[in-house]
Design a protein around this ligand. Structure first.
Ligand code: TXA
Ligand code: MG
Length: 352
C-alpha cells in the first residue's frame, strides 16, 4: 500500500485533502491526523472491520480499546447509553480539548472498537483540522496514537511516516502538535469518578468542575490490573534503556555522569535527557534538552520527540532527570516512568 502524505495548514484552503481523508475513512481505510495531544491513527469507529485494521497497523493487542473521536457535542448521545450530569459538566468545561471520558456504550458501538468492553472512551479534540477530518469521515473516528505499539507517540507527521509507511492510506500533516502527551482519561462509569491516565487536564481542574475524583489504578484495592487496559503494556518506550534519576539536581547530575562514564567504558553509547537549566552539568554527554523547568508544558511537548531522537542516534542507555509530580508534571512522570519500564534510581534522603 502506498501511504500518501498531504500537508494541511487550514481547513478552508486545504479542504480537498480533508475531503480525501474523509472518503478513505468512510470506505473503511486508515488515516493518521494531528490532534492537539499527539497524532492519531483514525478509522471509522462504527465499522468493526475498519477498527480491526488499526490493531494490525500498530501491532496492538486487540483487547486494548480505542478512543472514539467526535467533532460535535451533539454527536455524543448516539454512542453512549446516557450522558450523566458529570459528563455534561466536564464536556462543557473541557471539550473540545485533551480530555477523554469513559461512559457506557450504546449498541451501535462494536466490541471491536471497545476491546470487548461495555464502556466506550470518547473525546472531542481541540484542533480544527482534527475535527474537520472526523466530520468528513462520518463523525465517529476511532484513533489511538499513530505509533507502532510500545513506541513513543508521534508529535509530528515525519514520526507517523516512520512507523506507518505502507500500512495506512494517508497521513494528514498538520505540523507539530501543541501539547505532546495523550489526553487525560476519566472514568465516569464509577463513583467517585477515576482518573485512568493523567494529562494536560489536571486533577485539580477536574475537581473544580465535578468535585471528588480519585486516581485510578492504585486506589482500586481489589482490582488486579490497571483499569485502562492500555496501561498494562510496555509503553512509550525508546529502544535504548531509559533510567530515571530522582533527587537534588547536583546529586542527580553527579550520578548520571558516573553511570554514563561506566557505560561508555563498556562500549555503550549514552544519552542524557536534561533541561535548559541543567544541560551544562553534563559536559561530556550527548545531552538532549527536553524543555525548561520554568514551563512544564515545554517538557511535555518535547518528551516523545527527545526519546525518538535518541533512537535515531542508536543510543543504548538514556539517563533522565525526574520532574515534580504536580499539575502537568504528573502526566510527564507517568509517561517517563512507563518508558523506563520503572527503572528509577532514587537519591532523595527520605527514600534511601
Ligand atoms: O490524546 C489522546 O487520547 C490520543 C489522541 C490521538 O486522541 N489517543 C490515544 O489513544 O492516546 P491510545 O489508544 O493510545 O490510548 C487510549 C487509552 C488506552 O490506555 C486504553 O486502554 C484506554 O484509553 N481506553 C480506551 N477505551 C477504554 C475503556 N472503555 N475503558 C478504559 N480505558 C479505555
Ligand atoms: Mg498510545
Amino acid at each position: 500500500m502506498k501511504t500518501i502524505v498531504k500537508k494541511v495548514n487550514d481547513i478552508i484552503h486545504d479542504k480537498e485533502a480533508i475531503d480525501e481523508a474523509g472518503e478513505i475513512l468512510k470506505s473503511g481505510g486508515l488515516v493518521a491526523f494531528p490532534t492537539e495531544t499527539v497524532y492519531g491513527l483514525g478509522a471509522d469507529a462504527l465499522n468493526e472491520e475498519a477498527a480491526a485494521k488499526i490493531y494490525e497497523a500498530k501491532g496492538r493487542p486487540s483487547d486494548n480499546p480505542l478512543i472514539i473521536h467526535i467533532a460535535k457535542l451533539e454527536d455524543l448521545a448516539k454512542i453512549v447509553t446516557e450522558i450523566p450530569e458529570k459528563a455534561e459538566a466536564l464536556a462543557s468545561a473541557f471539550w473540545p480539548g485533551p480530555l477523554t471520558l469513559i461512559l457506557n456504550k450504546a449498541s451501535c458501538v462494536p466490541y471491536g472498537t471497545t476491546g470487548g468492553l461495555e464502556t466506550v472512551a470518547v473525546r472531542m479534540p481541540d484542533w480544527e483540522i482534527a475535527r474537520a477530518v472526523i466530520e468528513a469521515g462520518g463523525g465517529y473516528i476511532a484513533a489511538p496514537s499513530a505509533n507502532t505499539s510500545g513506541k513513543p507517540s508521534p508529535t509530528n507527521a515525519a514520526r507517523v511516516l516512520e512507523d506507518m509507511t505502507g500500512k495506512i492510506e494517508m497521513i494528514v500533516d498538520g505540523g507539530e502538535v501543541s501539547i505532546g502527551l495523550e489526553s487525560t482519561i476519566v472514568d465516569l462509569t464509577v463513583e467517585p469518578p477515576q482518573i485512568l491516565r493523567p494529562g494536560a487536564i489536571t486533577k485539580s481542574m477536574l475537581r473544580n468542575t465535578i468535585g471528588e475524583i480519585i486516581d485510578g489504578g492504585k486506589e482500586i484495592g481489589t482490582q488486579s490490573g490497571p483499569k485502562a487496559p492500555g496501561m498494562k503494556y510496555k509503553h512509550y518506550a525508546p529502544r535504548g534503556q531509559l533510567v530515571i534519576i530522582k533527587g537534588e539536581p547536583r546529586a542527580v547530575a553527579e550520578k548520571i555522569n558516573e553511570l554514563a562514564r561506566e557505560k561508555r567504558a563498556q562500549g555503550f553509547t549514552v544519552g542524557v535527557l536534561a533541561t535548559t537549566e541543567s544541560a551544562y552539568l553534563y559536559p561530556d554527554e550527548q545531552v538532549r534538552i527536553i524543555g525548561t523547568r520554568q514551563d512544564d508544558a515545554s517538557i511535555a511537548k518535547g518528551l516523545y520527540e527527545s526519546l525518538r531522537s535518541f533512537d535515531d542516534m542508536g543510543v543504548d542507555y538514556i539517563y533522565s532527570e525526574a520532574f515534580a509530580e504536580k499539575g502537568m508534571g504528573k502526566a510527564i512522570m507517568n509517561r517517563l516512568v512507563k518508558a523506563a519500564g520503572h527503572a528509577i534510581i532514587n537519591l532523595t534522603k527520605e527514600d534511601k
